[in-house]
Design a binder for this molecule. Structure first.
Ligand code: URA
Length: 263
């Protein structure tokens, strides 16, 4: 019932109670209930503000992640990487995120700052997130490797992680996913796919459709670094179409503007 209609009913019942000998058929409790906010409004509030239980779950997950981070920061399983790294790069974002992105390995900027995806590719990822109506703090971002792959002294750029490095580091990522339990995973690039699933395939074969990791829906798309190298609108559109599928899977509203968006 709408509020004006409710007000009329309540006023009529109160008049009956005041004027007649017979009590109206609505008790004070029933009147109070009638005056309570409409169900839709209280439901909306319950759906948007986190419950104490959800807050506690997030705190527990943050504690569990902190314990893994501690072990990662002292890890020397790949002695060559432990020697060359500035620091480990664990992961960043909401420990209770619905959406988790998985990249390859830290580059020079990430190694310096201790945070994944902060260089040029990371800035593009942040723009993609923004177009999806997410902030970096809403999602969780991690890599297969927690150390920057070493490169010969005096050389520049990054090298991809080796299969052995990925196998060695993978258990940390598995722990992160197990703790966060996201509703959707996104793997960025074929190296991330190889690290996570052990599958070697081309992006043409992999992207644009749903896969699963441990029963979690997994979308595979191009690494943002690929989009920086290949600025063709067709490639950017492919990534955006993959992200639209992710939004749909998460039941997030998609505006007309987002549907027509080109990265
Ligand atoms: N590329 C990745 O795969 N991960 C990063 O953290 C940065 C660049």
């Amino acid at each position: 019932m709408t509020q004006p209609a409710l007000d009329l009913v309540i006023a009529a019942l109160e008049r009956i109670r005041e004027k007649s000998d017979r009590a109206p058929r609505a008790s004070r409790t029933a009147l109070a209930r009638l005056q309570a906010p409409p169900v839709a409004a209280s439901l909306r509030e319950a759906c948007t503000s986190p419950t104490e239980q959800q807050l506690q779950a997030a705190r527990n997950k943050a504690d569990l992640l902190a314990a893994v981070r501690e072990r990662v920061s002292a890890c020397t399983k790949c002695a060559h990487l432990a020697c060359s790294r500035t620091q480990t790069v664990f992961g960043v974002g909401n420990p209770d995120a619905d959406l988790m992105f998985i990249g390859e390995a830290p580059g020079a900027d990430e190694d310096q700052q201790g945070e994944p995806f902060v260089g040029r590719a990371g800035q593009l990822l942040t723009r993609i997130l923004k177009a999806m109506n997410f902030a970096r703090e809403d999602v969780y971002i991690a890599n297969i490797l927690k150390c920057r792959p070493d490169i010969p002294a005096g050389s520049f750029g990054n090298r991809p992680p080796t299969p052995t490095e990925m196998q060695t580091c993978r258990p940390y990522l598995v722990e992160q996913i197990d703790i966060i339990q996201p509703s959707v995973l996104v793997a960025l690039g074929t190296v991330a796919v190889e690290g996570l699933l052990g599958t070697r395939a081309t992006m043409r074969e992999l992207r644009g459709r749903w896969h699963t990791y441990n029963s979690i829906p997994l979308m595979i798309t191009y690494h943002p670094a690929y989009l920086l190298r290949n600025q063709a609108p067709s490639e950017k559109r492919k990534v955006w179409e993959d992200m639209l599928q992710v939004l749909e899977r998460l039941d997030r509203p998609i505006s007309e503007r987002q549907r027509n968006y080109f990265l």
